[in-house]
Design a protein around this ligand. Structure first.
Ligand code: CP
Length: 349
């Protein structure tokens, strides 16, 4: 027998899911079976993720940081690329929700014998997976998985394309520090070209009303000007510049991105030393931003290249908060997506 529990309300009167109980017992209003990117999420969806993450944050502050809401569900984590933060925080998040967790490292699975992605996904489903968290070096791979998987697919990063849970935890961390990002100047600085993090952050930050500035050397921002033009035409505040001083001046948030040496074709940068000298986030450059501006980095960092060690460890840095908040946000997403299983009207986005 299912029991419907009235969600509580927060100080704004908005409903907050009662995350101690199974999600399908509640009228939550989340309709996305998969989380492949954030481009299909409305402002109301983003707000629901943030409020649910607040509820999970409260759970994490309890003496026993665990709720039974996903008891009996199997979450399989299938990563074809290296990861520390995303993989571990998904595992911690699923365990905090009392789910059963299966971890598969592609390198030590039958993938190494040539098994296809489709066969691997069908195999993990046959072994009981109901939610599949995956990372893949090929853009679009989670979309293919979602076509053949009967449960929910959560994208833990695909190629250069998308990193939806990173963008959502970044938004959560900014809201925690600023209250709201609406009208705030948010700068993302670094290797945009190879970054799935920036491609997802563009959607969430402009949907939340931020004044978004992307900055890097010309070779690493190419393609984003056209995107910014389309965004501006759609009423989103979105700027691209190669001028680091212009970008940083009066910023409320500065997020440095890793120089992705492993994806860097020759000729894009003269040298790491030159990049650090011209674009590295140093204390002097940070002084151009507003006093107390938040310093962020999705990790892993190349300290001394895109960010100076004293800035990364400085008083304005919320980099470890991003990591910690990743658990609450991923708990929220697992919970919301699990609530669509067996319901009508859920879509495939
Ligand atoms: N930010 C991020 O995706 O880090 P990992 O590669 O360690 O998961």
């Amino acid at each position: 027998m299912s029991v419907t529990v009235d969600p509580a309300t927060d100080s704004t009167g908005a409903s907050v899911p009662s995350v101690d109980v199974a999600p399908e017992t509640q009228p939550i209003g989340w309709h996305h079976r998969h989380l492949l990117d954030v481009d299909g999420l409305s402002a109301a969806d983003l707000d629901l993720v943030m409020r649910t993450a607040d509820a999970m944050h409260e759970v994490l502050g309890r003496p026993i940081a665990k709720v039974p809401s996903l008891r009996g569900r199997q979450v399989t984590i299938l990563f074809y690329e290296a990861s520390t933060r995303t993989r571990v925080s998904f595992e911690v998040a699923a365990k905090n929700l009392s789910a059963d967790v299966v971890n598969i490292a592609a390198a030590s699975s039958s993938v190494a014998k040539g098994e296809s992605l489709v066969d691997t996904v069908k195999t993990v489903e046959a072994l009981g997976a109901q939610m599949l968290v995956m990372r893949h070096s090929v853009s679009g791979a989670p979309y293919l998985a979602a076509e053949v998987f009967g449960g929910s697919v959560l994208n833990g990063g695909d190629g250069w394309h998308a990193h939806p849970t990173q963008a959502l935890l970044d938004l959560y961390t900014m809201r925690e520090g600023l209250g709201s990002v609406a009208g705030r100047k948010v700068v993302i600085l670094g290797d945009l070209l190879h970054s799935r993090v920036v491609r997802s952050n563009i959607w969430t930050l402009t949907a939340a009303g931020a004044d978004l500035w992307l900055c890097g050397p010309a070779t690493l921002v190419r393609g984003f000007e056209a995107w910014a033009g389309r965004g501006a035409a759609a009423g989103r505040r979105f700027n691209v510049t190669t001028d680091v001083d212009e970008a940083l001046r009066d910023a409320d948030v500065v997020m440095a991105l890793r120089i992705q040496r492993e994806r860097m074709a020759s000729g894009l940068l003269p040298s790491m030393r030159e990049y650090a000298a011209r674009y590295g986030l140093t204390r002097d450059r940070l002084a151009l931003a507003r006093p107390g501006a938040l310093v962020m980095h999705p990790g892993p960092m190349n300290e001394g290249v895109e960010i100076a060690p004293d800035v990364a460890a400085g008083a304005q840095s919320v980099i470890t908060d991003q990591v910690t908040n990743g658990v609450a946000v991923r708990m929220a997403l697992l919970y919301l997506l699990a609530g669509t299983h067996g319901t009508r009207g859920s879509d495939a986005t």
